[in-house]
Unconditional design. Structure first.
Length: 202
């Protein structure tokens, strides 16, 4: 058996021979083609200070009960083998004490579309070419959110997003894509400057 690997496709060349009553039978050969799905990943972080040290959040840090603190959420979408079509990143806000200020920034696709009734916002990326985040620059976006903690949240880390889902279609395999990435809170793990000031609600 020989195996050759090309971008997004694996070819398996199969061959077999057999004998019956010491006589060779006709050899069997076949080729199996396997299309490989693209792998996409979302990287999300909450920041009060930008990577260059500029203060981009506003309000008390650590956050305080009954007072508004704003943060910026940053997103980056990596994609490996194949082009993804009709790509949409949908994020659902936490049900208590969290909202969107309306300020956003996107490197590609449309701006964020917000549904206040469902507490959901969507970033329509459209087409994500292959190798984004590897040999090519990945799509990025950011949006500003606010947190107004309730008394019951004292001592907790503010939960900002309860769900993140990237959907689309792999243009090579034809497979529909849906990747879920879970929650995002305000623990500021990527923001050392903000983390040093505190992140649990006072």
């Amino acid at each position: 058996m020989k195996v050759s690997l090309e971008p997004a496709t694996i070819y398996l060349a199969l061959s077999a021979t057999a004998t019956r009553n010491n006589r060779a039978l006709t050899p069997f050969t076949d080729t199996l083609t396997i299309k490989v799905h693209s792998d996409t990943r979302i990287f999300a972080q909450t920041r009060y200070f930008a990577p260059n040290g500029e203060q981009i959040g506003r309000g008390p840090l650590p956050p305080k009960v009954g007072e508004k603190t704003t943060y910026w959420l940053y997103f980056k979408v990596d994609n490996t083998l194949n082009t993804i079509e009709n790509a949409v990143l949908t994020i659902r806000f936490a049900p208590t004490g969290v909202g969107w200020t309306g300020r956003t920034s996107t490197s590609t696709g449309s701006d964020f579309l917000f549904d206040p009734f469902l507490q959901v916002t969507s970033w329509v990326l459209g087409t994500i070419p292959a190798n984004r985040g590897f040999t090519q620059e990945a799509p990025t976006s950011a949006l500003e959110v606010y947190v107004v903690p309730a008394p019951s949240m004292r001592g907790a880390i503010p939960l900002i997003l309860k769900d993140m889902v990237l959907s689309g279609k792999d243009s090579f395999t034809g497979a529909l894509l849906e990747r879920r990435y879970g929650v995002l809170d305000a623990d500021l793990r990527s923001d050392e400057q903000g983390k040093a000031l505190g992140f649990t609600i006072k």
